[in-house]
Design a protein around this ligand. Structure first.
Ligand code: ZN
Length: 69
């Protein structure tokens, strides 16, 4: 294989990986805006409530306060 083609291939893969990391990394760090409902189910994070005594409507577990600051 030509060394130039090899360098272009490696560079392209690295650039693509960096791009994917950039986009997916930002998505992974996202969180609901507003922060009005700090309690959520450990198993079902999309079940949230501002009521500390609320229970998950999916599994019935007591909602816990997340680590989100
Ligand atoms: Zn649940």
């Amino acid at each position: 294989m030509d060394i130039t083609a090899l360098c272009v291939t490696v560079g392209g893969v690295a650039l693509m990986g960096l791009t994917l990391w950039f986009f997916f990394g930002k998505q992974g760090g996202s969180r609901p805006a507003g922060g009005g409902e700090p309690y959520s189910c450990p198993m079902h994070p999309w079940i949230t409530s501002s009521d500390p005594t609320a229970e998950c409507s999916v599994c019935g577990m007591k909602l816990v306060r997340g680590n989100q600051d």
